[in-house]
Design a protein around this ligand. Sequence first.
Ligand code: HEC
Length: 142
Amino acid sequence: MRQACYLKFFFFILLIALLFTSCQDAETVKLQVYISEGQRLYEQKCANCHQRDGTGLRKLIPPLAGADYLIKYKNSLACIVKYGLTGEIEVNGQKYNLSMPANEGLSDRHIAQILTYINSKWAGSQERVKDEEVKERLRQCQ
Ligand code: HEC
């Protein structure tokens, strides 16, 4: 009787462990999808200015690759992508002052994918930006 109970407990733990690892795998797959879709969108909507390799254009277009801005203003990135940016800004100690156009046609998911791509490629992050997070940030844009 007692042994059967241990056995049940063992299978219960095994099941939990299995569920946990399969969930993690699903998240890893999602991250990969966001990165590759993000790259496609980036090349379509952003690379003209910021360049495919994210280095920007001299003193006109700020870089994304290795940009301190991506970390310092992490919470503003969704608003910048959707509504554009004007006025002087500083990236890695260099001042820039041209206008970035808005992309109001992009959905929350598209923005999440673009930001996931940028963060993973140029800001050393391995985390997926979630659609809900973008939605929340966009609610707070000025
Ligand atoms: C027409 C050119 C142009 C396009 C297209 C463009 N940007 Fe920009 N971007 C700029 C300029 C110019 C600035 C600096 C704006 C300022 O000085 O206020 C900027 C600033 C930024 C910044 C903040 C500064 C930095 O370098 O970290 C981010 C992040 C950014 N852009 C991301 C994007 C993303 C993502 C896309 C595509 C969805 C995109 N941009 C498309 C021109 C562009």
